[in-house]
Design a binder for this molecule. Structure first.
Ligand SMILES: [Zn+2]
Length: 296
C-alpha cells in the first residue's frame, strides 16, 4: 500500500510532487516529507498550487531497509503490460502522479562519503533555474549522454526524473548525503522548502530555521565515463565523492599492476570503495560552467 498526501490550495499555481524512499534504504526524504506534512496539517498553509507527497515510494523495500525489493524502482519506470516484479505494481501509481504534475523533486541519499549534490536537469532554462534554486551547490549532469546508449531498450534507463520529463514535468534528483548521515534529513527538508519558495508556494523564509540560499558558488560536473572494477584491485586513495584529480593521476591499481589513470583534469563521482569485481567502481567527470538548456 502506498500512502499519498495531497494539499490543494484552491489558488492556481504549479503542482509539485515530492518522492521519498524510491530506494527503500534512503530515508532522508521520508523524514523530511513527513515533517512538512505535519507542518501543513497543523496550521501552516501553502500560498498557491498543489503539493503531492509520497514519503515512501517503495514500501516493501523501505520495510526491509533495502534499496529495492525485486528490481530497482528508479530504472524501467513505465507501465508494464504484464507486471512481474513487486515494483512493476508501483510503476502505474508513480507514473499516474507524474502525469498530473508540473514539477518533481525526488529525494535520495547515497553510499559514498561526501556532501549533498543534485542531478541538474537542463532540458529547459526553467528546469535549470529550478535545480539551482534548491540550496544545493554541487551538480552533476550529462548522465544520460554518458550512459544512455548502453541499454538495449531505452526505457530501461527511465527513472523517476526521465519519466517525469517525458510527460512535461521539470524534474531533479537531490542526493542529500551519505545514507547514514544524520544531517541528510535536514538537507532534504531544506531542499523541499527551497522548492516551495522557488515556485511561490510559500513566502521566502516563512518556515522557521530554513534560510533561503541564493544560487551562487555552484559547481557543475559533466559526467564523462564509468570505471568498472574489472579484477581485484584497490583505489589509490579512499576517494570521496567530488574529489578533484589531475590528468595522469593514478586513480586505482589492479592486483596485477595495471593502473587506471585520470584521462584529464576532473572529478571522482560516487566512488564505491567496496565494489565487487565486475561492478561499477567510480565515475569520472569534468568541471564545466553551468550547461545551456537543451531547448529554449
Ligand atoms: Zn537512491
Amino acid at each position: 500500500m502506498l500512502s499519498i498526501t495531497r494539499f490543494e490550495t484552491l489558488i492556481p499555481g504549479p503542482h509539485l510532487t515530492i518522492f521519498g524512499a524510491v530506494h527503500g534504504n534512503e530515508t532522508c526524504g521520508t523524514q523530511a516529507i513527513r515533517r512538512l506534512i505535519d507542518l501543513l496539517n497543523n496550521g501552516f498553509a501553502l500560498s498557491r498550487g498543489t503539493l503531492t507527497c509520497v514519503p515512501i515510494c517503495n514500501p516493501k523495500a523501505f520495510e526491509n531497509g533495502t534499496r529495492f525489493y525485486q528490481r530497482n524502482l528508479n530504472r524501467s519506470l513505465y507501465i508494464k503490460e504484464s507486471p512481474r516484479d513487486y515494483e512493476d505494481l508501483i510503476d502505474p501509481v508513480l507514473c499516474g502522479l507524474l502525469d498530473q504534475s508540473d514539477v518533481l523533486l525526488d529525494l535520495h541519499s547515497y553510499a559514498s562519503q561526501g556532501g549533498a549534490f543534485g542531478f541538474l536537469g537542463n532540458t529547459s532554462a526553467q528546469e535549470i533555474d529550478y535545480c539551482r534554486s534548491l540550496g544545493v551547490n554541487n551538480f552533476v549532469y550529462g548522465w544520460a549522454d554518458a550512459f544512455g546508449k548502453v541499454e538495449a531498450d531505452p526505457r530501461d534507463n527511465m527513472g523517476t526524473v526521465e519519466y517525469a520529463r517525458s510527460v512535461g514535468c521539470m524534474a531533479t534528483t537531490i542526493e542529500c548525503g551519505h545514507h547514514h548521515n544524520k544531517g541528510a534529513a535536514d538537507i532534504a527538508y531544506r531542499t523541499i522548502v527551497h522548492a516551495l519558495a522557488h515556485f511561490d508556494m510559500i513566502a521566502p523564509d516563512s518556515i522557521e530555521q530554513v534560510e533561503i540560499q541564493p544560487a551562487n558558488r555552484q559547481r557543475f560536473v559533466q559526467m564523462r565515463s564509468v570505471f568498472h572494477k574489472q579484477k581485484e584491485g584497490d583505489t589509490t586513495h579512499p576517494w570521496k565523492h567530488y574529489d578533484s584529480v589531475a590528468k595522469n593521476d593514478i586513480l586505482a591499481t589492479y592486483a596485477d599492476g595495471e593502473k587506471i589513470i585520470a584521462p584529464e583534469d576532473g572529478v571522482i563521482i560516487l566512488p564505491k570503495l567496496q565494489a565487487d569485481v565486475g561492478g561499477e567502481w567510480f565515475y569520472f567527470g569534468v568541471e564545466t560552467p553551468c550547461p545551456a538548456p537543451m531547448k529554449h
